[in-house]
Ligand binder design. Structure first.
Ligand SMILES: *Cc1c(COP(=O)(O)O)cnc(C)c1O
Length: 377
């Protein structure tokens, strides 16, 4: 084991820490919370409060920051997706809320562009909603959406992710949905930073938007944000906790603790106050270090890439047929065999290796470079 920190509690549990050069992924623990977030959570743990009151107050902070009518802390972006879809079916109708996931209404279809189908869209269906596609895998026109939208449509969904198509775009999709009085709901889990994305898409017409609290925002890994239209956020909240109904609502399995609510709003406030340029520069330096120390060679090119849509600057290794060493998969396996294990990203189509630095602790860029040189030479 190298000199990276092995917290006593993980030692006791027999679980070794790893180096996360893959990004804010759930699989490796999301992000590391700033000390201030942890102390706010500890403080919150010292007394009882009325959870509804705490939610309302946290919601006001979210709505101010997201420039939306209303806001809600959820149990991750995935939970926000379930609740937004539930809210679009039920509104605040107590009978429909109690019926989910089998609502007695035909207005429960959610339209999604086929090219945006993804790992997480099941969350939209957990409420009982039915996903219907428009467009084909790579192509979509306004006509495709016009043809599918009808009286059974309760929402149009939009998904954002570095490798997903932007389809008709938020503006156009919102415009068409609104012609039919149908809300546009967005999974924008991991598009932070930049900070402006917290309000950009609401400004472009999104009625509800969901973000992860435990990725770029660096709040608790099991929190998220729902922001947007007041009636719809109220509807989502009723689907989460409805203390006065005889039966639990579907969102009962997605509750957020008082510590989680406090941790999320603290992290969110720190996120918008942070010096994003300085943070971006520190990421660029780590990526640049790796590019310089692992230099290109015959058949292998290593480049610094930075793109606002792609989770910070990264060092990317590309292989061509001149390359005579281990293949991309074997390299990734050797990195995992290291002590500590090094997890890297495999984002692309051509077997490249993405070393994402947003979650690297100081010094880990050197451990990665040394190990890569050992494997590649
Ligand atoms: C991570 C992710 C989610 C899930 O977010 P959680 O906060 O982990 O629940 C949903 N959608 C996309 C595109 C994601 O990247």
């Amino acid at each position: 084991m190298s000199n990276i920190l092995w917290p006593e509690i993980y030692k006791k549990l027999g679980v070794k820490p790893v180096i996360n050069a893959r990004s804010w992924v759930t699989h490796l623990g999301g992000s590391l919370m700033p000390r201030e977030v942890l102390s706010a959570m500890e403080e919150a743990s010292k007394s009882f409060v009325d959870i509804v009151e705490l939610h309302k107050s946290a919601g006001k902070i979210i709505s101010k920051i997201c420039k939306s009518e209303s806001g809600l802390v959820t149990a991750g972006c995935a939970a926000a997706q379930v609740l937004m879809s539930a809210g679009c079916i039920t509104g605040t109708d107590k009978k429909l809320i109690s019926e989910l996931p089998n609502p007695s209404t035909h207005k429960k279809e959610i339209l999604i562009f086929k090219g945006q189908r993804n790992h997480y869209d099941k969350n939209f269906e957990m409420s009982g909603a039915v996903l219907k596609e428009f467009g084909d895998e790579s192509d979509v026109s306004p006509k495709d959406l016009y043809q599918k939208i009808d009286e059974k449509t309760c929402a149009v969904a939009f998904a954002m992710s570095p490798f997903l198509s932007t389809g008709l775009g938020v503006l156009e999709t919102a415009k068409i949905a609104h012609e039919f009085n149908v809300p546009l709901i967005i999974d924008a889990s991991a598009v932070l930073p930049p900070v402006e994305n917290l309000y950009r898409f609401i400004d472009q017409g999104a009625d509800l938007i969901a973000f992860s609290g435990g990725k770029g925002i660096r709040g608790p890994q099991d929190t998220g944000i729902l922001a947007g239209n007041k009636d719809l956020v109220d509807a989502a909240f009723e689907n989460m906790i409805c203390f006065d109904s005889p039966k639990a609502t579907i969102g009962r399995s997605m509750k957020v603790s008082k510590e989680g609510i406090v941790g999320l709003v603290t992290a969110l406030e720190m996120f918008i106050d942070s010096d994003q340029d300085a943070i971006w520069d520190s990421w660029r330096q780590k990526a640049q270090f790796i590019v310089e120390h692992v230099s290109s060679r015959a058949g292998l090119t290593i480049k610094l890439e930075e793109n606002e849509d792609r989770q910070g600057p990264q060092a990317v290794l590309y292989f061509d047929n001149m390359w005579k060493g281990l293949n991309s998969e074997e390299i990734r396996e050797s990195l995992l065999d290291n002590d500590p294990s090094i997890y890297v990203g495999a984002g692309g189509v051509s077997g490249e290796i993405n070393i994402v630095v947003v979650n690297l602790q100081d010094g880990e860029e050197k451990i990665i470079s040394d190990k890569l040189n050992e494997i590649l030479n």
